[in-house]
Design a binder for this molecule. Structure first.
Ligand SMILES: Cc1ncc(COP(=O)(O)O)c(C=O)c1O
Length: 374
Protein backbone atom coordinates (compact mmCIF):
# COMPACT_ATOMS: atom_id res chain seq x y z
CA UNK A 1 0.00 0.00 0.00
CA UNK A 2 1.43 3.37 -1.02
CA UNK A 3 0.65 6.36 1.14
CA UNK A 4 1.73 9.98 0.85
CA UNK A 5 4.21 11.44 3.32
CA UNK A 6 2.42 12.81 6.38
CA UNK A 7 3.67 16.36 5.92
CA UNK A 8 2.97 17.86 9.32
CA UNK A 9 4.41 14.90 11.22
CA UNK A 10 7.51 14.82 8.95
CA UNK A 11 8.04 18.51 9.54
CA UNK A 12 7.84 18.10 13.33
CA UNK A 13 10.10 15.02 13.29
CA UNK A 14 12.74 16.91 11.36
CA UNK A 15 12.76 20.28 13.12
CA UNK A 16 11.06 20.11 16.52
CA UNK A 17 14.26 19.33 18.43
CA UNK A 18 16.04 22.40 16.98
CA UNK A 19 13.44 24.84 18.27
CA UNK A 20 14.19 27.43 20.92
CA UNK A 21 10.67 28.87 20.48
CA UNK A 22 8.42 25.93 19.75
CA UNK A 23 5.26 27.39 18.24
CA UNK A 24 4.62 24.17 16.35
CA UNK A 25 3.23 22.46 19.47
CA UNK A 26 -0.53 21.80 19.46
CA UNK A 27 -1.04 20.42 22.99
CA UNK A 28 -1.99 22.70 25.86
CA UNK A 29 1.20 22.92 27.95
CA UNK A 30 1.74 19.21 28.68
CA UNK A 31 1.51 18.05 32.28
CA UNK A 32 4.28 16.26 34.18
CA UNK A 33 3.10 13.21 36.10
CA UNK A 34 3.57 15.11 39.37
CA UNK A 35 1.53 18.06 38.03
CA UNK A 36 -1.28 15.69 37.07
CA UNK A 37 -1.39 14.22 40.58
CA UNK A 38 -1.37 17.71 42.10
CA UNK A 39 -4.05 19.11 39.76
CA UNK A 40 -6.22 16.06 40.53
CA UNK A 41 -5.53 16.32 44.28
CA UNK A 42 -4.25 12.71 44.40
CA UNK A 43 -1.97 11.68 47.27
CA UNK A 44 1.44 10.70 45.83
CA UNK A 45 2.18 7.89 48.32
CA UNK A 46 -1.19 6.30 47.69
CA UNK A 47 -0.77 6.65 43.95
CA UNK A 48 2.72 5.11 43.83
CA UNK A 49 1.60 2.26 46.10
CA UNK A 50 -1.28 1.57 43.68
CA UNK A 51 1.11 1.76 40.74
CA UNK A 52 3.55 -0.68 42.36
CA UNK A 53 0.70 -3.14 42.88
CA UNK A 54 -0.53 -2.91 39.29
CA UNK A 55 -0.01 -6.10 37.36
CA UNK A 56 1.37 -5.35 33.89
CA UNK A 57 -0.89 -7.60 31.87
CA UNK A 58 -2.93 -6.73 28.78
CA UNK A 59 -5.60 -5.85 31.33
CA UNK A 60 -9.03 -4.77 30.05
CA UNK A 61 -8.99 -5.51 26.34
CA UNK A 62 -11.83 -3.08 25.59
CA UNK A 63 -10.71 -0.44 28.13
CA UNK A 64 -11.22 -0.25 31.90
CA UNK A 65 -14.74 0.52 33.18
CA UNK A 66 -13.45 3.83 34.63
CA UNK A 67 -11.98 4.94 31.30
CA UNK A 68 -15.09 3.98 29.31
CA UNK A 69 -17.37 5.71 31.81
CA UNK A 70 -15.14 8.80 31.87
CA UNK A 71 -15.16 9.12 28.07
CA UNK A 72 -18.90 8.40 27.79
CA UNK A 73 -19.41 11.27 30.23
CA UNK A 74 -18.02 13.70 27.64
CA UNK A 75 -21.11 13.07 25.47
CA UNK A 76 -24.87 13.30 26.04
CA UNK A 77 -25.86 10.04 24.41
CA UNK A 78 -22.99 7.56 24.31
CA UNK A 79 -23.00 4.31 26.28
CA UNK A 80 -19.65 3.27 27.85
CA UNK A 81 -19.69 0.03 25.82
CA UNK A 82 -19.76 2.12 22.62
CA UNK A 83 -16.40 3.74 23.45
CA UNK A 84 -13.31 2.09 21.93
CA UNK A 85 -9.90 3.00 23.37
CA UNK A 86 -7.13 3.48 20.79
CA UNK A 87 -3.48 4.39 20.56
CA UNK A 88 -4.07 8.12 20.39
CA UNK A 89 -6.49 9.83 18.05
CA UNK A 90 -4.09 8.89 15.30
CA UNK A 91 -4.95 5.25 16.05
CA UNK A 92 -8.66 6.07 16.18
CA UNK A 93 -8.75 7.79 12.79
CA UNK A 94 -6.75 4.97 11.27
CA UNK A 95 -9.07 2.29 12.71
CA UNK A 96 -12.24 3.97 11.55
CA UNK A 97 -11.11 4.78 8.04
CA UNK A 98 -9.65 1.32 7.46
CA UNK A 99 -12.76 -0.32 8.88
CA UNK A 100 -15.32 1.61 6.86
CA UNK A 101 -13.75 2.83 3.62
CA UNK A 102 -13.44 0.60 0.56
CA UNK A 103 -11.85 1.31 -2.84
CA UNK A 104 -15.27 1.70 -4.52
CA UNK A 105 -16.41 4.41 -2.09
CA UNK A 106 -16.10 8.12 -2.28
CA UNK A 107 -15.80 10.35 0.73
CA UNK A 108 -15.83 14.08 1.42
CA UNK A 109 -13.10 15.68 3.50
CA UNK A 110 -12.65 19.29 4.56
CA UNK A 111 -9.35 21.03 3.74
CA UNK A 112 -7.30 22.15 5.63
CA UNK A 113 -7.42 19.36 8.18
CA UNK A 114 -5.30 16.59 9.70
CA UNK A 115 -3.81 14.70 6.77
CA UNK A 116 -4.92 11.24 7.90
CA UNK A 117 -8.45 12.15 6.82
CA UNK A 118 -7.60 12.40 3.14
CA UNK A 119 -4.35 10.48 2.67
CA UNK A 120 -5.49 7.20 4.27
CA UNK A 121 -8.70 6.90 2.17
CA UNK A 122 -6.71 7.88 -0.90
CA UNK A 123 -4.18 5.10 -0.15
CA UNK A 124 -7.07 2.61 0.09
CA UNK A 125 -8.10 3.66 -3.42
CA UNK A 126 -11.26 5.56 -2.49
CA UNK A 127 -12.15 8.82 -4.23
CA UNK A 128 -11.60 11.79 -1.92
CA UNK A 129 -13.67 14.92 -2.64
CA UNK A 130 -12.35 18.06 -1.00
CA UNK A 131 -14.61 20.56 0.73
CA UNK A 132 -12.38 23.64 0.84
CA UNK A 133 -12.57 25.89 3.91
CA UNK A 134 -11.89 29.51 3.01
CA UNK A 135 -10.82 32.51 5.08
CA UNK A 136 -13.65 34.64 3.63
CA UNK A 137 -16.12 32.14 5.23
CA UNK A 138 -14.24 32.15 8.55
CA UNK A 139 -12.99 28.68 7.53
CA UNK A 140 -16.48 27.23 7.97
CA UNK A 141 -17.91 24.68 5.51
CA UNK A 142 -20.26 25.88 2.78
CA UNK A 143 -23.35 23.65 3.02
CA UNK A 144 -24.38 24.13 -0.65
CA UNK A 145 -20.90 23.05 -1.72
CA UNK A 146 -21.15 20.01 0.53
CA UNK A 147 -24.48 19.08 -1.07
CA UNK A 148 -22.88 19.26 -4.50
CA UNK A 149 -20.09 16.87 -3.43
CA UNK A 150 -22.13 13.93 -2.09
CA UNK A 151 -23.94 11.13 -3.94
CA UNK A 152 -25.22 7.62 -3.24
CA UNK A 153 -21.63 6.26 -3.13
CA UNK A 154 -20.50 8.69 -0.45
CA UNK A 155 -19.57 6.49 2.49
CA UNK A 156 -18.31 9.17 4.83
CA UNK A 157 -18.00 12.90 5.41
CA UNK A 158 -15.10 13.81 7.61
CA UNK A 159 -14.21 17.02 9.35
CA UNK A 160 -12.21 18.32 12.25
CA UNK A 161 -14.05 20.39 14.84
CA UNK A 162 -12.45 22.57 16.21
CA UNK A 163 -10.27 22.64 13.15
CA UNK A 164 -6.52 22.18 13.05
CA UNK A 165 -4.91 24.41 11.74
CA UNK A 166 -7.45 27.26 11.45
CA UNK A 167 -9.03 27.24 14.94
CA UNK A 168 -12.51 27.53 13.43
CA UNK A 169 -15.50 25.98 15.19
CA UNK A 170 -18.65 24.85 13.37
CA UNK A 171 -21.75 26.12 15.18
CA UNK A 172 -24.42 23.60 16.14
CA UNK A 173 -26.94 24.74 13.49
CA UNK A 174 -24.40 24.33 10.68
CA UNK A 175 -23.39 20.94 12.03
CA UNK A 176 -27.07 19.93 12.00
CA UNK A 177 -27.28 20.99 8.36
CA UNK A 178 -24.19 18.93 7.55
CA UNK A 179 -25.76 15.96 9.30
CA UNK A 180 -28.90 16.38 7.15
CA UNK A 181 -26.76 16.23 4.00
CA UNK A 182 -25.05 13.06 5.29
CA UNK A 183 -28.39 11.51 6.23
CA UNK A 184 -29.78 12.20 2.75
CA UNK A 185 -27.18 9.79 1.29
CA UNK A 186 -26.76 7.49 4.31
CA UNK A 187 -23.14 8.53 4.90
CA UNK A 188 -21.27 8.30 8.19
CA UNK A 189 -19.91 11.54 9.63
CA UNK A 190 -16.48 11.16 11.17
CA UNK A 191 -15.60 14.16 13.27
CA UNK A 192 -12.10 14.45 14.67
CA UNK A 193 -12.86 16.22 17.95
CA UNK A 194 -9.46 16.16 19.64
CA UNK A 195 -9.67 19.92 20.29
CA UNK A 196 -13.23 19.78 21.64
CA UNK A 197 -13.81 20.66 25.29
CA UNK A 198 -12.64 24.18 26.04
CA UNK A 199 -14.75 26.96 24.58
CA UNK A 200 -14.78 30.70 25.04
CA UNK A 201 -18.30 30.55 26.52
CA UNK A 202 -17.32 27.78 28.98
CA UNK A 203 -19.50 25.06 27.40
CA UNK A 204 -18.06 21.62 26.64
CA UNK A 205 -19.16 22.05 22.98
CA UNK A 206 -21.47 19.78 20.96
CA UNK A 207 -20.35 16.52 19.42
CA UNK A 208 -21.44 14.95 16.15
CA UNK A 209 -22.33 11.78 18.07
CA UNK A 210 -25.10 13.54 19.93
CA UNK A 211 -26.51 14.99 16.70
CA UNK A 212 -26.41 12.01 14.37
CA UNK A 213 -27.06 8.27 14.71
CA UNK A 214 -24.25 7.58 12.20
CA UNK A 215 -21.90 10.13 13.78
CA UNK A 216 -18.47 8.97 14.91
CA UNK A 217 -16.39 11.07 17.28
CA UNK A 218 -12.64 10.73 17.65
CA UNK A 219 -11.15 12.11 20.86
CA UNK A 220 -7.88 12.03 22.73
CA UNK A 221 -6.08 12.74 26.00
CA UNK A 222 -3.35 14.59 24.07
CA UNK A 223 -4.51 18.14 23.46
CA UNK A 224 -7.17 19.43 25.82
CA UNK A 225 -6.10 17.13 28.67
CA UNK A 226 -2.36 17.92 28.10
CA UNK A 227 -1.42 14.21 28.27
CA UNK A 228 -0.09 13.29 24.82
CA UNK A 229 2.51 10.99 26.40
CA UNK A 230 -0.23 8.58 27.44
CA UNK A 231 -1.01 7.83 23.79
CA UNK A 232 -4.67 7.32 24.72
CA UNK A 233 -7.44 8.18 22.31
CA UNK A 234 -10.86 6.82 21.54
CA UNK A 235 -13.70 6.30 19.11
CA UNK A 236 -17.21 7.03 20.37
CA UNK A 237 -20.39 6.30 18.44
CA UNK A 238 -24.00 5.25 18.93
CA UNK A 239 -23.77 2.89 15.97
CA UNK A 240 -23.26 -0.56 17.54
CA UNK A 241 -22.54 -2.16 14.18
CA UNK A 242 -19.55 0.18 13.77
CA UNK A 243 -18.34 -0.75 17.27
CA UNK A 244 -18.43 -4.44 16.34
CA UNK A 245 -16.61 -3.89 13.04
CA UNK A 246 -13.86 -1.81 14.65
CA UNK A 247 -13.36 -4.38 17.40
CA UNK A 248 -12.90 -7.11 14.77
CA UNK A 249 -10.08 -5.10 13.17
CA UNK A 250 -8.60 -3.86 16.44
CA UNK A 251 -7.61 -7.38 17.47
CA UNK A 252 -5.10 -7.29 14.61
CA UNK A 253 -3.34 -4.04 15.45
CA UNK A 254 -4.04 -2.97 19.03
CA UNK A 255 -5.23 -5.79 21.34
CA UNK A 256 -5.46 -3.34 24.26
CA UNK A 257 -4.07 0.00 25.38
CA UNK A 258 -1.42 0.26 28.12
CA UNK A 259 -2.68 -0.49 31.60
CA UNK A 260 -0.82 2.46 33.20
CA UNK A 261 -1.92 4.81 30.43
CA UNK A 262 -5.52 3.74 30.99
CA UNK A 263 -5.17 4.29 34.75
CA UNK A 264 -3.80 7.83 34.33
CA UNK A 265 -6.32 8.73 31.66
CA UNK A 266 -9.15 7.54 33.93
CA UNK A 267 -7.80 9.74 36.71
CA UNK A 268 -7.68 12.76 34.40
CA UNK A 269 -11.21 12.10 33.15
CA UNK A 270 -12.48 11.91 36.71
CA UNK A 271 -10.86 15.26 37.50
CA UNK A 272 -11.53 16.92 34.17
CA UNK A 273 -13.00 20.05 35.77
CA UNK A 274 -9.67 20.87 37.45
CA UNK A 275 -7.64 20.17 34.31
CA UNK A 276 -9.95 22.25 32.12
CA UNK A 277 -9.84 25.16 34.58
CA UNK A 278 -6.01 25.17 34.33
CA UNK A 279 -6.03 24.77 30.56
CA UNK A 280 -8.77 27.27 29.82
CA UNK A 281 -6.77 29.96 31.56
CA UNK A 282 -3.63 29.14 29.52
CA UNK A 283 -5.57 28.93 26.27
CA UNK A 284 -7.53 32.16 26.58
CA UNK A 285 -4.55 34.14 27.85
CA UNK A 286 -2.34 32.96 24.99
CA UNK A 287 -5.05 33.47 22.38
CA UNK A 288 -5.28 37.10 23.51
CA UNK A 289 -1.47 37.47 23.24
CA UNK A 290 -1.55 36.12 19.68
CA UNK A 291 -4.49 38.30 18.73
CA UNK A 292 -2.84 41.46 20.03
CA UNK A 293 0.37 40.60 18.18
CA UNK A 294 -1.38 39.95 14.85
CA UNK A 295 -3.36 43.19 15.15
CA UNK A 296 -0.24 45.24 15.93
CA UNK A 297 2.13 43.66 13.41
CA UNK A 298 2.52 44.94 9.90
CA UNK A 299 2.61 42.27 7.19
CA UNK A 300 0.48 39.56 8.83
CA UNK A 301 -3.24 38.86 9.02
CA UNK A 302 -5.51 35.99 10.02
CA UNK A 303 -9.01 34.82 10.83
CA UNK A 304 -9.07 34.98 14.61
CA UNK A 305 -9.24 31.43 15.99
CA UNK A 306 -12.28 30.83 18.19
CA UNK A 307 -11.38 27.34 19.46
CA UNK A 308 -8.62 24.73 19.41
CA UNK A 309 -4.96 25.54 19.98
CA UNK A 310 -3.74 26.75 16.57
CA UNK A 311 -4.21 29.57 14.07
CA UNK A 312 -3.37 29.99 10.42
CA UNK A 313 -1.48 33.26 10.02
CA UNK A 314 -0.98 34.74 6.53
CA UNK A 315 2.19 36.75 5.79
CA UNK A 316 2.89 39.39 3.11
CA UNK A 317 6.17 38.03 1.78
CA UNK A 318 6.88 36.39 -1.52
CA UNK A 319 8.31 33.14 -0.21
CA UNK A 320 6.83 29.61 -0.03
CA UNK A 321 5.75 28.71 3.49
CA UNK A 322 8.14 25.74 3.71
CA UNK A 323 11.17 27.91 2.81
CA UNK A 324 10.04 30.60 5.23
CA UNK A 325 9.71 28.11 8.08
CA UNK A 326 13.15 26.59 7.37
CA UNK A 327 14.68 30.07 7.48
CA UNK A 328 12.86 30.88 10.72
CA UNK A 329 14.13 27.79 12.48
CA UNK A 330 17.70 28.25 11.18
CA UNK A 331 17.99 32.01 11.66
CA UNK A 332 15.81 32.59 14.72
CA UNK A 333 15.31 29.19 16.40
CA UNK A 334 11.58 29.70 15.84
CA UNK A 335 9.39 26.73 14.94
CA UNK A 336 6.14 27.33 13.05
CA UNK A 337 4.51 24.77 10.75
CA UNK A 338 4.38 25.63 7.05
CA UNK A 339 0.90 26.14 5.61
CA UNK A 340 1.98 23.83 2.80
CA UNK A 341 1.75 20.92 5.28
CA UNK A 342 -2.00 21.63 5.10
CA UNK A 343 -2.07 22.47 1.38
CA UNK A 344 -2.43 26.18 2.31
CA UNK A 345 0.23 28.49 0.81
CA UNK A 346 1.18 31.98 2.01
CA UNK A 347 0.47 31.07 5.63
CA UNK A 348 2.00 29.40 8.67
CA UNK A 349 0.33 27.49 11.47
CA UNK A 350 1.04 28.86 14.90
CA UNK A 351 0.42 26.68 17.96
CA UNK A 352 -0.14 29.10 20.82
CA UNK A 353 -1.22 26.95 23.78
CA UNK A 354 2.20 26.36 25.26
CA UNK A 355 4.16 28.77 27.45
CA UNK A 356 3.01 32.45 27.39
CA UNK A 357 6.53 33.85 27.70
CA UNK A 358 7.91 31.68 24.89
CA UNK A 359 4.91 32.57 22.76
CA UNK A 360 5.58 36.30 23.16
CA UNK A 361 9.30 35.86 22.50
CA UNK A 362 8.67 33.67 19.45
CA UNK A 363 6.19 36.15 17.98
CA UNK A 364 8.70 38.97 18.53
CA UNK A 365 11.32 36.92 16.68
CA UNK A 366 8.92 36.62 13.75
CA UNK A 367 8.23 40.36 13.87
CA UNK A 368 11.98 40.98 13.78
CA UNK A 369 12.37 38.64 10.78
CA UNK A 370 9.55 40.39 8.90
CA UNK A 371 11.19 43.80 9.47
CA UNK A 372 14.62 42.56 8.41
CA UNK A 373 13.20 41.14 5.19
CA UNK A 374 10.83 43.94 4.20
C1 LIG B 1 -6.77 16.91 14.36
C2 LIG B 1 -5.84 15.92 14.97
N1 LIG B 1 -6.23 14.65 15.06
C3 LIG B 1 -5.43 13.72 15.62
C4 LIG B 1 -4.19 14.05 16.11
C5 LIG B 1 -3.34 12.98 16.76
O1 LIG B 1 -3.49 13.07 18.16
P1 LIG B 1 -3.02 11.95 19.18
O2 LIG B 1 -1.87 12.51 19.93
O3 LIG B 1 -4.20 11.73 20.10
O4 LIG B 1 -2.69 10.73 18.42
C6 LIG B 1 -3.73 15.36 16.02
C7 LIG B 1 -2.38 15.73 16.49
O5 LIG B 1 -1.85 16.78 16.20
C8 LIG B 1 -4.59 16.33 15.44
O6 LIG B 1 -4.24 17.62 15.36
Amino acid sequence: MKIRTFKVEQWMNEFENDAVYNLGETCIDSLKLGDLLDVCGVDRDEFFAKLAATRLTYSHIYGSPDFLKGVAGLYENVKPECVIPTHGAVGANNQIIHTLIEPTDNMVCVMPTYQQHYSIPESIGAEVRILQLRPENQFLPDIEELKSLVDENTKMITFNNPDNPTGSWIPRESMEEMVEVARSVGAYVLCDEVYRGISEDGSYMHSVVDLYEKGISVGSMSKIFSLAGLRMGWIATRDEEVVEMVRERRDYDTISCGVIDDMLASMALEHKAQIFARNREILLKNRAILDEWVNETEGVHYVRPVAGTTALVYYDMDIPSYDLCVRLIREKGLLFTPGSAFEMEGAVRIGYAFDSKLLRQGLDKFGEFLKENR
